[in-house]
Design a protein around this ligand. Sequence first.
Ligand SMILES: C[C@H](O)[C@H](O)[C@H]1CNC2=NC(N)=NC(=O)C2=N1
Length: 122
Amino acid sequence: MTTALADKTCTPCRGGIPPLEREEAEALRANCKDWELPDDGHRIERKFHFTNFREALNFVEGVGELAEAERHHPEICFGWGYAKVSLQTKKIKGLHENDFIMAVKIDRLFDSTRASVADRNK
Ligand SMILES: C[C@H](O)[C@H](O)[C@H]1CNC2=NC(N)=NC(=O)C2=N1
């Protein structure tokens, strides 16, 4: 039985391995369908939307904590009402399963922040 991506933790990537082929990346992207796989196929990215800057900042702080815990780090651009997260395994200049583990965990973080905002607005 394969372990769900969300139940995995990122493995230290020492480089020297080929990045995922596009077909492999597309198969893994089925687990995180809101992420885009731009033409070069070497990264995945998703833009998250928020009601203001503070919510975007809180989310970015959470992503940072997750990245430190997983030792796998995204690039993040954010501002009032949005945060754009890009994932690539730098050591191999392409995609690795680690990137998809991070994507599903970032999605869960986003869903949990939306749930808490909804609760606050009740
Ligand atoms: C030593 C440290 O664990 C490595 O440099 C990690 C850090 N975080 C990383 N993050 C990403 N996205 N790619 C890497 O190759 C990478 N390498």
